[in-house]
Design a protein around this ligand. Structure first.
Ligand code: GDP
Length: 317
């Protein structure tokens, strides 16, 4: 299917902006709406906007997102904002007669101790990881909303679950960011300031799966064109790395020469969350950007766009 007019909800974020780049390069017309035009937490505003704009399809990349510290510290914001925008966008899409929607979730929807690699069927088979259960519950609700509107009204709404993402337009604020941008920033600032050590949170043993956001954008549009099922679908890199391994990789890419110190008083979060992405890979999507290459790309973007230094935890040389 080739959609002429696609609303990318959340077009300013890391995922949304990657989708805009990819769709526009393909020749699709992308509709965008800033928060000043439509605040997705306000039902009436969303309903009016969707009835006026009537896109052919919606890619739902809008979400309140954050790393382990932000999720653990602001549970009300994460559950309320995400539930509100999901209810508003998905219901209003139906009310406006938009028949195609791709909802984006997260691998944190799966149980903390799900068998690895995690298949789509593992959803709701066990308790969640506590540091981000508020966000996870909201994302599970988003999947269920898509399924409910498909079941009751025949709407062709689907859900795609990405693993940990990184790339251009990431959030580099150390309090709210995910691990990849945090490490890029910490090693860069550590190099600039000549610090003898850089602090990495947790024990370094958790395993995470990282996908460059440009690969995800291709995967999401691939699903829009080729996937139309009740069940959500995983979209991951298919490989994992420990936080220690990632720290060493980022350290090399940045050219930092000091030591890495682990702060075990900070939470590790879930021990492992490698998804089984064989369903989407069998359909024909494969990641193209390796982790080393991707980290270099993300660091290049950081250097070009985010140069204001911050005060780091860590000793001076
Ligand atoms: P998660 O995948 O939902 O746990 O989200 P994060 O990307 O925030 O964290 C992944 C892992 O990286 C966790 O084990 C964190 O403790 C660890 N980590 C190490 N250093 C940092 C850091 O500076 N920031 C963040 N956000 N995580 C870090």
């Amino acid at each position: 299917m080739t959609c002429r007019r696609i609303w990318v909800a959340g077009h300013n974020g890391m995922v949304g902006s990657a989708l805009v780049r990819y769709l526009e390069a393909r020749g699709d017309q992308v509709i965008k709406a800033d928060r000043a035009v439509v605040d997705l937490r306000h039902q009436m505003a969303v309903e009016v906007w969707l009835k006026q704009s009537r896109p052919d399809a919606i890619i739902f990349a809008a979400a309140k997102v954050g790393g382990i510290y932000a999720n653990d510290t602001y549970p009300a914001d994460f559950i309320y904002d995400n539930l509100a925008i999901e209810v508003n966008v998905i219901h209003s899409a139906h009310a406006a007669g938009v028949d195609r929607l791709v909802f984006l979730g997260s691998s944190c929807i799966y149980p903390k101790f799900a068998p690895q690699p995690i298949k789509e069927e593992a959803l709701l088979t066990g308790p969640l990881e506590s540091t981000n259960e508020w966000y996870a519950i909201a994302k599970i609700a988003g999947i269920k909303l898509c399924q409910a509107y498909r079941k009751q009204y025949g709407r062709r709404y689907i859900s795609v679950m990405p693993c940990n993402l990184y790339g251009p337009n990431d959030n580099f604020d150390l309090k709210t960011s995910h691990v990849m941008p945090a490490l890029i920033r910490k090693f860069h600032e550590g190099k600039q300031a000549g610090l003898s050590e850089v602090v990495v949170w947790g024990t370094g043993t958790p395993l995470r799966e990282f996908l460059h956001v440009d690969d995800l954008a291709r995967g999401v549009v691939f699903c829009l064109d080729n996937y139309d099922d009740y069940e959500h679908i995983n979209c991951g890199a298919g490989s994992e790395i420990s936080i220690r391994g990632l720290a060493e990789l980022v350290k090399r890419a940045v050219g930092y020469e000091g030591r890495i110190v682990f702060d075990a008083s900070k939470p590790d979060g879930t021990p492992r969350k490698l998804m089984d992405s064989s369903r989407i890979m069998t359909l024909g999507w494969l990641p193209q950007i390796g982790l080393e290459e991707g980290v270099v790309d993300a660091y290049r973007w950081f250097l070009k766009n985010k140069v204001a230094p911050v005060e780091l935890e860590g000793a001076s040389a």
